[in-house]
Design a protein around this ligand. Structure first.
Ligand SMILES: CC(C)(COP(=O)(O)OP(=O)(O)OC[C@H]1O[C@@H](n2cnc3c(N)ncnc32)[C@H](O)[C@@H]1OP(=O)(O)O)[C@@H](O)C(=O)NCCC(=O)NCCS
Length: 166
């Protein structure tokens, strides 16, 4: 796959959260974006979680939630979101990442480019490790993480733990 260079991260304020939710509703499965709250679809609980999450993450890695989220852009298009959350007690400065893209933006190298940008943010923040957890059946996510240098461990509970040492 040819590298996609026209990818950038943007901070998430309320207006950006609105745009992300619009993208999520039209171009992703709710379970790819938010925890399974309140039943299927974008119900009130899930929507409240979504805004609450991005509001808390606006405080950044050194804020009260120890978390930061970004919108992923490809050129002028909002394509998805990526996040980092500090993992206390990991023995070294570490954070967990997660990513989702709208379906129409997948398999074009955008995820790989966004992950590289997040790893650069992590290095800038002084982190030494980034981890992720995904389902054993999510081969796209595992490929993405491996391409970024992750070591994968199958945890026997149907999930895979990825560790990227920076
Ligand atoms: C996982 C996800 C972010 C990948 O982003 P993407 O932009 O599609 O990935 P890229 O195009 O950058 O591809 C990265 C690598 O993964 C591979 N890949 C992408 N989608 C794949 C799939 N569905 N199956 C197998 N491999 C896949 C690509 O071939 C590429 O491999 P390469 O570097 O050897 O060429 C995206 O598919 C997505 O948003 N999925 C839904 C949410 C999700 O699963 N998030 C992960 C939770 S940790």
């Amino acid at each position: 796959m040819s590298p996609t260079t026209d990818v950038a991260l943007a901070d998430v304020d309320e207006a950006m959260a609105d745009r992300l939710l619009q993208l999520a509703k039209g171009d992703a499965s709710p379970d790819e974006v938010a925890p399974p709250l309140g039943g299927p679809g974008w119900n009130l609980e899930r929507t409240a979680w979504f805004y609450g999450y991005h509001r808390a993450a606006a405080g950044g890695l050194d804020g009260p939630a120890a978390e930061k989220s970004w919108a992923v852009f490809t050129g002028p298009h909002i394509a998805g979101s990526v996040r980092l959350k500090r993992e206390p007690g990991a023995g070294l400065p570490s954070a967990e990442t997660g990513i989702w893209l709208g379906r129409s933006f997948r398999s074009q190298g955008i995820g790989g480019a966004a992950l590289e940008l997040v790893l650069a943010e992590a290095r800038r923040a002084g982190l030494q490790r980034v981890t992720a957890r995904t389902l054993a059946g999510n081969h796209g996510a595992q490929r993405l993480l491996t391409a970024a240098g992750a070591a994968l461990t199958h945890d026997g509970d149907g999930t895979v733990h990825a560790v990227i040492d920076l």
